[in-house]
Design a binder for this molecule. Structure first.
Ligand SMILES: [Ca+2]
Ligand SMILES: [Ca+2]
Ligand SMILES: [Ca+2]
Length: 134
């Protein structure tokens, strides 16, 4: 029981808008900077975890398994879906997630060069933390 709770806590961290990892995990090539491609790849890596019922899409149907333990996740999950659901059918496919807007990345990339460098990293961390606590 304890073990599954701990596992679930990990899932919740990852589930929160799909990018709530520590920035060092997002930095795929560990060069201290995060490119748009690295950010997108980290998000895609979480798709399977977000799709709790395994039907190939992320939707509100995936919430109940998580919401039993953390009711507050619903709002975060819904805002994640709203952000990525390009077709507006309430479901996020892998294709939609791959091309979804990255508002947190864009806000952090102050000089708009498509890379989060060291000076912009604090803003990215703050943005990710804010999503986690939504
Ligand atoms: Ca990098
Ligand atoms: Ca699903
Ligand atoms: Ca930048």
């Amino acid at each position: 029981m304890m073990k599954s709770l701990i596992a679930l806590a990990g899932v919740l961290l990852l589930a929160t808008a799909a990018v709530a990892q520590d920035v060092t995990q997002i930095d795929g090539n560990h060069d201290g900077q995060i490119t748009r491609a690295e950010f997108a790849a980290a998000r895609m890596a979480n798709f399977a975890r977000l799709d709790r019922n395994g039907d190939g899409v992320v939707s509100t149907a995936d919430i109940p398994a998580i919401a039993r333990f953390k009711p507050g996740i619903q709002k975060t999950f819904q805002s994640f879906i709203a952000n990525a659901d390009a077709s507006g059918d309430g479901m996020v496919t892998r294709v939609e997630l791959a091309t979804a807007p990255m508002p947190v990345f864009d806000r952090a990339d102050a000089n708009h060069d498509g890379v989060i460098e060291r000076t912009e990293m604090a803003t990215l961390r703050a943005g990710l933390a804010q999503m986690r606590n939504q």
